[in-house]
Design a protein around this ligand. Structure first.
Ligand SMILES: Nc1ncnc2c1ncn2[C@@H]1O[C@H](COP(=O)(O)OP(=O)(O)OP(=O)(O)O)[C@@H](O)[C@H]1O
Ligand SMILES: [Mg+2]
Length: 450
């Protein structure tokens, strides 16, 4: 998608020559002759970068810059200034300009500055993204499963990743819908662009709409700043619509339009922007029923369901349980800096006989817990949660459990205190900060001990 520039200068000839220069390089350019009309354009649309003169008739360039920064602190602005007002240029930098250029403007120079500013911005965005991706790495590089269904699904990821087709991912909770979705994105030619996960059920309607489409200032009460929507952020990338069956009817209609026209319009704006997005939707609900009930639009369902991934529940692929358990044991041992533990044969049997309503996520959590409470020995059935075992003497269980919880809390504190603040840590343990402090004291754990 073309980058959008706004040029504000009262010298019409300069505006026009810059317009020509940048348009030739593929930018979309809007121009304004004074700050007031510049602000109007700014409020109506979204610009990747604004080039503004400092000496403007009426509202001056610094006030213009300040007004913009108030509304959109992240907006890139480069100011143009005559040599005589170099001091003002410094003022502009203080007011939040990204850079300045001296007049008379040399075309090659200004092109370079604009290019640099835009790449610095995308670098910043990429860094944030990279961080997120490193955190998620375990999740998309390790789709485990030797069962024929998982193997076939992995093959299918490879086959369809590069196409632009929308995808629907179905399966019970914890079966790996998000994992597969990320794998599709990361195996596609879109991998360097943004992956935007959106939980359709977690956010109230109007808020979600403004998040997705963005808005211009004044679009609704409280819209003090112009904001780019997530769809725009995802341009060239992938949007993951999680819990699609919970999307409101209004937003379903709007989404359908985005899919059909490849176009979005921020709230309160009269300008549309082209976007190139691949949609992957997921749900753990019975989607055929949602369509039949009328909660999910049939036409939207067909648009999304070009390729279907149906993830099998864990109980239907028991051959994967041991493989997954082994992998999770390794992961948590590594995180805790301990040797990898063995599984007692009885434990293997309990794991195999269990029904796994929470699927792989449940298995992962159970292994993490077992690693924490088993204190380094082989993992025995008593290290598994009570409900999983069919014929354990309750007496024995209760005593063991009481001891384990203490161990578990200690391990949690040691593990998470380097990463979490006190409030979060207390919340994770379900206790107050004061109680956390008391527990540390009682157990002799120090705040900075890792
Ligand atoms: N085949 C697999 N191999 C390795 N890890 C897996 C596999 N399937 C799922 N997981 C792990 O299980 C956890 C849950 O997976 P994920 O979040 O993708 O489930 P989901 O289907 O989106 O669940 P929900 O419907 O509750 O959102 C994640 O930590 C994921 O990495
Ligand atoms: Mg999910």
């Amino acid at each position: 998608m073309a980058q959008r520039l706004l040029i504000v200068d009262d010298e019409t000839t300069l505006c026009e020559s810059l317009r020509r220069v940048f348009e030739r390089d593929g930018y979309e350019v809007a121009t304004a002759g004074d700050a007031e009309s510049g602000l109007k354009l700014f409020e109506e649309g979204t610009f990747d970068l604004i080039l503004s003169d400092i000496l403007l008739p009426g509202m001056n360039g610094i006030e213009f810059l300040e007004t913009i920064k108030q509304q959109a602190p992240e907006q890139l602005v480069i100011v143009m200034t005559a040599y005589a007002s170099i001091e003002t240029a410094v003022g502009a930098l203080r007011a939040g300009a990204h850079d300045y250029i001296l007049k008379p403007v040399i075309h090659e120079e200004i092109k370079r500055l604009v290019r640099l500013a835009l790449s610095a911005r995308s670098l910043k965005a990429e860094n944030l993204l990279l961080k997120k991706q490193i955190e998620d790495r375990f999740d998309f590089e390790h789709i485990l499963g030797k069962s024929p269904t998982i193997q076939a699904l992995i093959e299918m990821v490879k086959k369809i990743a590069d196409s632009r087709s929308n995808v629907l991912v179905l399966g019970e909770t914890g079966t790996g819908k998000e994992l597969f979705t990320r794998a599709i994105h990361h195996n596609s030619c879109r991998r360097d662009k943004t992956f935007v996960p959106i939980n359709c059920s977690a956010i109230p309607d109007l808020l979600l709409e403004s998040e997705l489409f963005g808005y211009v200032r004044g679009a609704f009460t409280g819209a003090n700043q112009t904001k780019r929507g997530l769809f725009e952020e995802a341009d060239g990338g992938t949007v993951f619509l999680d819990e699609i069956a919970d999307l409101s009817p209004t937003l379903q209609t709007k989404l359908l339009r985005v899919i059909d026209d490849h176009e979005i319009r921020p709230l309160g704006s009269n300008q549309s922007r082209k976007v190139d997005i691949r949609f992957i939707a997921a749900t753990n609900k019975d989607i055929a029923k949602s369509v039949k009930d009328g909660t999910l639009r049939e036409d939207l369902y067909y648009r999304l369901n070009v390729v279907t991934f149906l993830l099998p529940p864990l109980r239907d692929r028991k051959e994967d349980i041991q493989l997954l358990t082994g992998q999770f044991l390794k992961k948590y041992a590594q995180e805790l800096g301990k040797p990898v533990q063995e599984l007692d044969p009885e434990t293997i049997k309990v794991l195999n006989d269990y029904d796994w309503p929470g699927n792989v996520r449940e298995l992962r959590n159970i292994v993490e817990r077992a690693v924490l409470i088993s204190g380094g020995q082989a993992i025995k059935p008593e290290h598994l949660p009570e409900g999983m075992k069919k014929n354990d003497p309750f007496q024995h269980e209760a005593i063991d459990q009481a001891l384990s919880i203490e161990n578990y809390a200690q391990a949690l504190i040691l593990r998470y205190q380097p990463k979490q603040n006190e409030q979060m840590l207390a919340k994770m343990l379900g206790i107050t900060r004061k109680a956390l402090w008391q527990k540390r004291k009682r157990w002799g754990l120090h705040r900075n001990q890792t």
